[in-house]
Design a protein around this ligand. Structure first.
Ligand code: KG4
Ligand code: ZN
Length: 345
């Protein structure tokens, strides 16, 4: 049995998890996954304020570590490794987690392992599966990232493509802001789309021509602005816009995002020859994406593993789970581990 403590502080969720793997099977067992959201602190600003995020992580993190140990009855001596998100994310927020993990590893005399947050999203669908699903194409769709990866194994992940501007979740959040629906926008747009007609407005599907696996969503956001305020106008009131029209706009916008995500993910499957798709990140909670990917995979005979909803948004279980597999394969970080805002590190 190998036991990890995981710490995640890359953005606006402070999270601590205790996760176990066993030599007898390939399953990862999550003993606890505590998430303290900072939602209320940032909501009035309409987005995450980095300085406020760092301070809130500082206030919460040691309490969560203590709570996780008490709740599971695990003592520091039982742990085999401390795993922490080291990149990418808000640098101040990352540094809170990395500094805490370095301190715990030093004072408890345990190995330390820095984990790439996006790689952890890419493998989060494997948490609680009976067997690892690799090789697979991984689609990571979150507020900060939209990326495709070829995953050969936990420590063999290569990038196939990524967004060149906005992330998919960012586009959802911006469209919600345009329509004054609230923050974070993804879940609200998803809910409003359920009552709308996805064919009401023909929004652009960017970068579908050619064989690039990169994405672009900023043009789509501008198209929504023009649709709401009139051609060439990026501001104005929302007077006279009915609930029905909002539902149609949400459904048509969601469809445009989902069409691109599904088409490119299947293109990645054809390019790599993989027979499995895994999907992680906050936007993996989107109902249209889940539905349409399932239909496409059924049609093409591809296996699909969607990350369980509780591991879609930022959480430490995916950090500990990914870190444990790296640890088992011999990876270690030294106590001088640093943090980086950069996705490639
Ligand atoms: O992975 P995550 O928690 O944070 C990042 O690492 O970015 O993802 C948050 C993003 C937000 O942009 C949020 O609006 C989006 O995921 N999101 C959704 C849904 N639930 C969350 N987007 C579309 N549909 C949803 N149901
Ligand atoms: Zn994330």
């Amino acid at each position: 049995m190998t036991l990890a403590l995981g710490i995640e502080t890359s953005c606006d969720e402070t999270s601590v998890a205790i996760v176990e793997t066993s030599a007898n099977d390939e399953r990862t067992r999550v003993h606890c996954n505590l998430v303290a959201t900072q939602f209320d602190l940032h909501a009035k600003f309409g987005g995450v304020v980095p300085e406020i995020a760092s301070r809130a992580h500082l206030q919460k993190l040691d309490l969560l570590v203590r709570e996780a140990l008490e709740e599971t009855g695990v003592s520091p001596a039982d742990l085999d490794v401390i795993c922490v998100t080291r990149a990418p994310g808000l640098i101040g927020a990352l540094l809170v987690g990395v500094t805490a993990a370095r301190t715990l590893a030093w004072s408890w005399d345990k190995p330390l392992l820095g984990v790439n947050h996006i790689h952890a999203h890419a493998t989060s669908a494997a948490i609680e599966l009976d067997a690892a699903p690799w090789p697979a194409v991984a689609l990571v769709v979150s507020g900060g990232h939209t990326s495709l990866y070829a995953v050969q194994d936990w420590d063999n992940i290569s990038s196939l493509g990524a967004t060149i501007d906005d992330a998919a979740g960012e586009a959802f959040d911006k469209v919600a802001a345009i329509l004054a629906l609230g923050y974070p926008g993804g879940p609200i747009v998803d809910r409003r789309a359920a009552g709308g007609n996805a064919a009401a407005v023909e929004f652009p599907r960017s970068m579908l021509r050619g064989d690039s696996l990169d994405f672009s969503f900023s043009g789509l956001k501008t198209a929504v602005l023009y649709e709401v305020h009139g051609r060439g106008r990026t501001s104005g009131g929302l007077d006279g816009i009915t609930d029905e029209r909002i539902a149609d706009l949400c459904a048509s916008f969601s469809q445009a995002v989902v069409d691109v995500l599904v088409a490119k993910t299947l293109m990645a499957v054809r390019k790599t020859g993989a027979k499995t798709i895994v999907v992680g990140g906050g936007v993996a909670a989107n109902s249209a994406l889940r539905r349409e990917l399932a239909a496409a995979c059924e049609r093409d005979g591809v296996a699909l593993h969607l990350t369980p909803m509780r591991y879609c948004t930022d959480n430490a279980a995916m950090i500990a789970s990914h870190g444990l597999r790296l640890f088992e394969r011999g990876h270690r970080s030294d106590l001088a581990l640093g943090a980086s805002a950069n996705a490639a590190e």
